[in-house]
Design a protein around this ligand. Structure first.
Ligand code: NAD
Ligand code: MG
Length: 297
């Protein structure tokens, strides 16, 4: 099994074949993915880099958020796992992994398009963990629509609510409680720079996330709070198998990158840990692109 420690050719480190056509309803479940994704379950090795830290991770049930949550826990953090109620089964799997790492896991179902529910996650974290010093905003909504004429106002609105507004709500609510040293990590995308024609709303939110994070990083640096961004390229997650891509694009998914393959969420665990931990103490306002080599500005 591939891991993040063994010297290996990265072009063949993980699956190179593309993925079978498939379509899940709603946001999709990790447990229903045909071709299992790797989130570092069997491989991520912690070295105490987040000992005693208290993390809120949105979208923690599956995909990239799952990889971040597993890595945070193995580095010694307690984790509040936000997910949608219908993703309970996935979220329970992640909670079990966090607990197996000897850390506290708290399930926090909430629809992030709802301001009250999004803000309440901060208080759930404060109550359950006794504080908050890592916020990883990973949840995201991506629905591919070929023709702008078919993008409903409801979709446009929900994409902005989940991807942009929720981030604003959570960070604003948390600020009075964040100690110096706290870290915020937002999740953007290659779509911020190379938008797909069928992802007009989604790609626009990802550009907004980059810009919001750069502004906020400057505002919060004097308080000792850092804000950084992870911008993934194509990663194999339920998002892509539940309407994020046309189904007939899945067999080629990731082949457009210079590395020639899709990323696995396991390749992002160390990235979120780096930005969350004191190892990145002088890094703020940065976007870390993890995309198999696609050029970014
Ligand atoms: P994923 O489906 O595993 O995770 C997305 C999560 O968003 C879901 O698990 C769900 O819990 C959450 N979510 C969606 N709508 C929500 C709502 N209304 N309320 C609360 N939570 C909601 O897919 P992923 O690919 O791991 O996505 C994680 C992040 O990575 C997203 O922000 C996505 O935009 C970003 N991203 C993914 C890719 C990729 O190729 N997979 C590329 C670039 C960026
Ligand atoms: Mg999910």
């Amino acid at each position: 099994m591939a891991d993040q420690y063994t010297f290996t050719d990265p072009t063949t480190q993980y699956r190179t074949e593309g993925f079978p056509e498939q379509q899940q309803d709603g946001t999709g479940l990790d447990e229903d993915l045909q071709v299992t994704a790797d989130h570092g379950e069997q491989t991520y090795r912690g070295t105490g880099r987040l000992t005693g830290r208290k993390a809120l991770v949105t979208g923690a049930d599956s995909g990239i958020g799952r990889a971040a949550a597993i890595a945070f826990a193995r580095e010694g953090a307690d984790v509040v796992l936000n997910h949608l109620p219908e993703e309970q089964a996935d979220a329970e799997d992640v909670a079990a992994l966090v607990e197996a790492a000897g850390q506290k896991a708290v399930l926090a179902p909430a629809d992030l398009s709802d301001e009250t529910a999004a803000r309440a996650l901060v208080h759930t974290t404060l109550d359950a963990l006794g504080g908050i010093d890592i916020i990883a905003n990973v949840a995201g909504k991506q629905v591919y629509v070929d023709d702008l004429a078919d993008v409903t106002t409801a979709q446009f609105d929900a994409t902005f609510k989940v991807n942009v507004y929720a981030m604003f709500w959570i960070i604003q609510e948390a600020l009075p409680h964040l100690p110096a040293g706290a870290t915020i990590i937002n999740t953007s995308s290659i779509q911020a720079y190379q938008p797909s024609p069928g992802l007009v709303d989604y790609a626009t939110t990802k550009a907004a996330i980059n810009t919001m994070s750069k502004a906020l990083a400057q505002q919060l640096a004097p308080k000792g709070i850092r804000v950084n961004v992870v911008a993934p390229g194509p990663f194999w997650t339920p998002l892509q198998a539940s309407g994020g891509q046309p189904t007939d694009a899945l067999p080629e998914f990731g082949s457009e990158t210079p590395m020639g393959r899709a990323g696995q969420p396991a390749e992002l665990g160390p990235v979120y840990v780096f930005l969350a931990s004191q190892e990145s103490s002088y890094v703020t306002g940065e976007t870390l692109n993890v995309n198999g080599g696609m050029p970014t500005p």
